[in-house]
Write a protein that binds this ligand. Structure first.
Ligand code: NI
Ligand code: MN
Length: 229
């Protein structure tokens, strides 16, 4: 499984040649090189996973969908319905069981956050994704504070990596993410949702050191940088 960081919470996952984009927020991201947007728009994307309806997670869905006619959105029921009405193929799930897809099985997990569209309309419950594949298991929490429910996640299987927001204010910060990694029994964390807006700036070196001092690894990637799980 290859994971490429495209800033904020946008991630490109490649599992056995299946390409999945998570929470696409590129075109309106001031920090993103627009030339790169076109590079990614020209890649054939098979699935779009959306954690919640906030603008900084869904704003480029239609852009990617217009370039990928067969793309399937996987999100909560309300977000899926919203995009179905725009004639984009969607699969709505909810907090519940694992659901099987060709790349593995997905469980929509609890997130303590909110989920409205930009116009204020209801975007269903915010969530994250627990993804079990034959290339390893990862947990993508989405925007959330720390929750005690994170303790349930490793009961379904050991995690190779957890993708957690670390910028604070709207989500967990570094201190919370360290505790979350204890609950998740996962010492390898990819940090997301930081440095995009002024009030979620972090000190990268100090953040990595704080994890290191607890015997954990915080991975912070540059634009387009990839890791193999
Ligand atoms: Ni949000
Ligand atoms: Mn967000």
């Amino acid at each position: 499984m290859k994971l490429t960081y495209l800033y904020h919470s946008t991630i490109l996952l490649e599992i056995n040649n299946i390409k999945i984009i998570i929470d696409p927020f590129l075109s309106k991201n001031n920090f993103f090189d627009k030339k790169l947007l076109y590079k990614y728009l020209n890649i054939k994307i098979d699935y779009i996973l959306l954690t919640h309806a906030h603008y900084d997670h869904i704003c480029d869905v239609e852009l990617f969908a217009s370039n990928n006619k067969d793309v399937l959105i996987i999100s909560n029921y309300e977000i899926s319905n919203f995009f179905s009405k725009k004639n984009i193929k969607s699969y709505g799930i909810n907090y519940g069981s694992f659901v099987k897809f060709p790349f593995g099985k997905i469980k929509y997990t609890l997130a303590l956050h909110s989920s409205s569209f930009n116009d204020g309309s209801y975007g269903g419950n915010p969530g994250g994704f627990l993804l079990h594949t034959n290339k390893g298991n990862i947990y993508i929490s989405g925007d959330t504070s720390i929750t005690y429910d994170m303790k349930l996640i490793p009961k379904f299987g050991d995690l190779s990596l957890s993708v957690l927001p670390i910028g604070g204010v709207y989500t967990m910060d570094i201190y919370d993410a360290i505790i979350a990694s204890d609950l998740l029994k996962c010492d390898r964390i990819l940090g997301v949702h930081y440095d995009t807006f002024e009030n979620i700036n972090i000190n990268k070196e100090k953040s990595i050191e704080k994890f290191y001092n607890k015997g954990k690894k915080l991975i912070l990637l540059n634009y387009e940088e990839s890791i193999i799980i």
